[in-house]
Each structure stands twice: as structure tokens, then as C-alpha cells.
Design a protein around this ligand. Structure first.
Ligand code: SF4
Length: 80
């Protein structure tokens, strides 16, 4: 019965600070999850998907692997 009465009371300053702390902790967890997700996606981007055949690879323009960088430079030197 006491808990039901507590629901209808105005929140105290302590309740607001507790809620703010919970939201801050939740935000921190979301930020960590986002950072870990980004790290995972960049790892995926750093593995070759076309057996090193860069000239015919559809990912060549955005690929960060050294073979792709070399191929882009070679294509520029060839004139396209
Ligand atoms: S551009 Fe080259 S290194 Fe990058 S994924 Fe394609 S084939 Fe592999």
C-alpha cells in the first residue's frame, strides 16, 4: 500500500538526481556499444573481399587496404 501511495507523490530532488544518474549511465552504455560497433565494422572493412583482385573490385574506391591504395595510385599513374 505504501508503494502505491509513493507513486502519486511528487518526485523529490533525490528522485530526479537518481533518474538523471540512470539516464547518464544508460547513455554511457550506449556510447560504449556504439564505439565497439564502429570498431567491429572497421575491422570488417579491413579484410579483403575480392581475393586481392583490386582492379575489378567494386570496393576499390573506399577500400583502406594497402593493395587498394597501391592500385589506386597505379591507376592514377596510368591515367585512369
Ligand atoms: S579493393 Fe582490393 S584489397 Fe580492397 S577489398 Fe577489393 S580486392 Fe581486396
Amino acid at each position: 500500500m505504501k508503494a502505491r501511495e509513493a507513486k502519486h507523490e511528487k518526485p523529490t530532488r533525490r528522485d530526479l538526481f537518481a533518474a538523471a544518474g540512470r539516464f547518464a549511465a544508460l547513455g554511457g552504455l550506449a556510447a560504449i556499444a556504439w564505439l565497439l560497433g564502429r570498431r567491429g565494422s572497421s575491422r570488417r572493412a579491413s579484410s579483403c573481399v575480392n581475393d586481392g583482385l583490386c582492379r575489378s573490385c567494386p570496393k576499390l574506391d573506399g577500400c583502406i587496404l594497402p593493395a587498394a591504395q597501391y592500385t589506386r595510385r597505379a591507376k592514377e599513374a596510368d591515367g585512369g
